[in-house]
Design a protein around this ligand. Sequence first.
Ligand code: HMG
Ligand code: MG
Length: 303
Amino acid sequence: MNTLPNRVKLVDVGPRDGLQNEKQPVPAAVKIELVHRLQAAGLREIEVTSYVSPKWVPQMADNHEVMQGVRRQSGVRYSVLTPNMKGFEASLADRPDEIVVFGAASEAFSQKNINCSIAESIERFAPVVEAAKAKGIAVRGAMSCTVGCPYEGEVPPSRVEYLAGLMKGIGVEHVGVADTIGVGTPKKVQAAFDATLKHYDIDSVSGHFHDTYGQAVGNTLAALEMGVWQFDASVAGLGGCPYAKGATGNVATEDVVYMLHGMGIDTGIDLDALIDAGAYISEQLGRPTNSRVARAVLAKRKA
Ligand code: HMG
Ligand code: MG
């Protein structure tokens, strides 16, 4: 346990990963208010939106409006997804601090999600990475399906190692190890990290765990024990990928913060304010929060 970090950096991906999967339209003003509440709660990294085809993901068609509407706070980094040069160029008007290229460890998911093979995706990402770096914009790579794929089933670590090597080869500085459909368990997630660490150091990797099978907090702890100190999470446990049917949201940021603070690990986040942000978006969506911690705290507040 002595490898546990003292501090953890959390990226709230709720506005993007969370709201990209909503059946009902969410007004841009609500997304902007959510970003404001997250930064007020102490989040210093927020994944705001994506520049993808509005035919594929209509929920993110308001990317410009949302990015332009956010009152930027100094010290906060705003990241966005850009799958190709068209998306990257569209994002520039909105001055993202970081862009995310997103590939998959499974061929079938790559095809379903971004309409090309893994090799083709790398060809599309390469000029994006180069252009972003030339403009001083940070680059992150998301690696989907690092333990399981909705179309191919179990994904071996060798596929993760292969994708991480390709990402490294085009200059991606940091990669996120994603359990897109939330099927991972601690040892499998650790194996996916071990594979990634063949190409990246521990300070250049993060965890991105969906919570479909209720394993995401356990998987976060398993990664922490390897020394991983950066994680994506989604306020109120919002989310899911439109091309991973049945997969639910990311691990709730509130649940991760509660665990970390309980272990004496600093996040810089005010849990009560974060719970309020989650209550706000849940109310807007007309359903209860997916965060167990938020449910417990809200019930206690009422009593
Ligand atoms: P494509 O059809 O292969 O692209 O789509 P294309 O270059 O052949 O162009 C076809 C049409 O799309 C053209 O328009 C382009 O202009 C347009 P048309 O002439 O037919 O009117 N187009 C675009 N429009 C807006 N923005 C763009 C763009 N590129 C082309 N950037 C594409 C390729 C990637 C665009 C498409 O497959 C797509 O949008 N897919 C959606 C991917 C997505 O957003 N998935 C969810 C996010 S990933 C995720 O959630 C996983 C993650 O959380 C990690 C995890 O949990 O695993 C990150
Ligand atoms: Mg995701």
